[in-house]
Write a new protein. Structure first.
Length: 133
């Protein structure tokens, strides 16, 4: 299995999502691959259909637009495992996450607006405790 992961947004602010495209191919194979995503950071994945999750099936040679929503700043390593009944392929990418509007610190509890004012990010005490603050 040849797996390619192209990170479209390798550096993001905390209020943004990392976008990446996953493709997997195998010579003379037209079936589906099982994909499992994990991270060493604190965040979650958004699959191509808009649902949150870290496991899905993709067709061989398909381009799968995926997103990662971080919950804290720092370097987040995303690990992708792609397999069929015989083979396994693993690929890692890294995403640098800066704070609200580009700061280098994790936010204090509150509601933050983005520069355009359309999206808001809420940070609560409970999410800070779960994130290890």
């Amino acid at each position: 299995i040849i797996t390619n992961v192209e990170c479209i947004t390798p550096t993001i602010n905390l209020e943004q999502q990392c976008k990446f495209i996953l493709t997997a191919t195998k010579e003379n194979y037209a079936g589906d691959f099982f994909v499992q995503l994990s991270t060493e950071g604190n965040g979650f994945f958004i699959l191509e259909d808009g649902s949150a999750g870290n496991r899905f099936y993709c067709s061989a040679d398909s381009h799968n637009m995926l997103s990662y929503q971080p919950h804290e700043t720092g370097l987040h390593k995303i690990h992708c495992i792609v397999k069929d009944d015989i083979s396994v392929s693993e690929v890692d990418i890294e995403v640098e996450v800066k704070g609200i509007n580009g700061s280098l610190t994790n936010p204090e509890p509150g509601v933050y607006g983005t520069k355009n004012g359309k999206n808001k990010l809420k940070v609560s005490q409970s999410s800070r405790r779960n994130a290890g603050f």
